[in-house]
Design a protein around this ligand. Structure first.
Ligand SMILES: C[S@@+](CC[C@H](N)C(=O)[O-])C[C@H]1O[C@@H](n2cnc3c(N)ncnc32)[C@H](O)[C@@H]1O
Length: 216
């Protein structure tokens, strides 16, 4: 019999969510402070953070690069999955977001493992050395994703991990009449990603769809 796939429904997600560790008190406080500071609540879910932590641990990752810091939530989550000497370099273009993230990273249990790099990611990434990272997480402006992927393939070592958020385009990927430029950009990126042969990758249906790829 041929295996068929079954859609992950909201009920399935609620079920897995109720069986996955949620945020600790520090991350709950960070989110509350971010809301009070008018920072949009567009961070990854605790379930996605957990999956990414498992992948980083399995990988034995030490050096991680993130594109899109926001309030520092995912950077802190990833840094917690690294060894003591590990490092997350996270890139943020908005000074207000970078200031908030630096403040909360400074108060976190992984303060020594995270560095916030300020600026446009397409300007910052070329300054990072080739083969200098074990993993990259891309979670910023969608129209630049193809460029971020090219830089990630240079920065990540062979066998390294590349994760890219929002493969389901905020849930609007399959809306035929949707011409939102961000949704279109995700569609272009997904088609591009599917054709990159030096990366074995798949969309994991968690959160808003997470591309997970290994550099061959
Ligand atoms: C979806 S949020 C990141 C969420 C974060 N990864 C988390 O889950 O906690 C996207 C962030 O990317 C930043 N951003 C947007 N365009 C950027 C660019 N060109 N370079 C660097 N950062 C950018 C935004 O300011 C925003 O803070």
């Amino acid at each position: 019999m041929t295996a068929t796939s079954r859609a992950v429904s909201a009920e399935h997600f609620a079920y897995l969510s109720s069986r996955t560790a949620g945020d600790d008190e520090f991350l709950v406080d960070l989110k509350r402070a971010a809301a009070a500071a008018d920072i949009p609540a567009i961070w990854i879910s605790p379930e996605q953070a957990s999956l990414m932590q498992i992948l980083l641990r399995l990988h034995g990752a030490q050096e991680v690069v993130e594109v899109g810091t926001l309030a520092g939530y995912s950077a802190i989550a990833m840094a917690r999955a690294l060894p003591e000497a590990g490092r997350v370099r996270t890139i943020e273009v908005k000074g207000r977001h970078a200031d908030f993230a630096e403040d909360w990273i400074g108060r976190s249990d992984v303060a020594g493992r995270i560095e916030v790099l300020r600026g446009r990611a397409l300007d910052v990434l070329p300054g990072l050395a080739a083969d200098s990272a074990d993993a990259v997480f891309i979670d910023a402006d969608k129209e630049s994703y193809v460029g971020y992927l090219a830089e990630s393939l240079r920065i990540v070592r062979r066998g390294g991990l590349i994760m890219v958020d929002n493969a389901f385009a905020f849930g609007r990927l399959l809306e035929e009449d949707c011409t939102d430029p961000d949704v279109e950009a995700v569609r272009v990126f997904n088609d591009h990603m599917a054709g990159v042969h030096d990366l074995q990758s798949i969309i994991v249906p968690i959160g808003d769809g997470l591309w997970v790829g290994v550099k061959l």
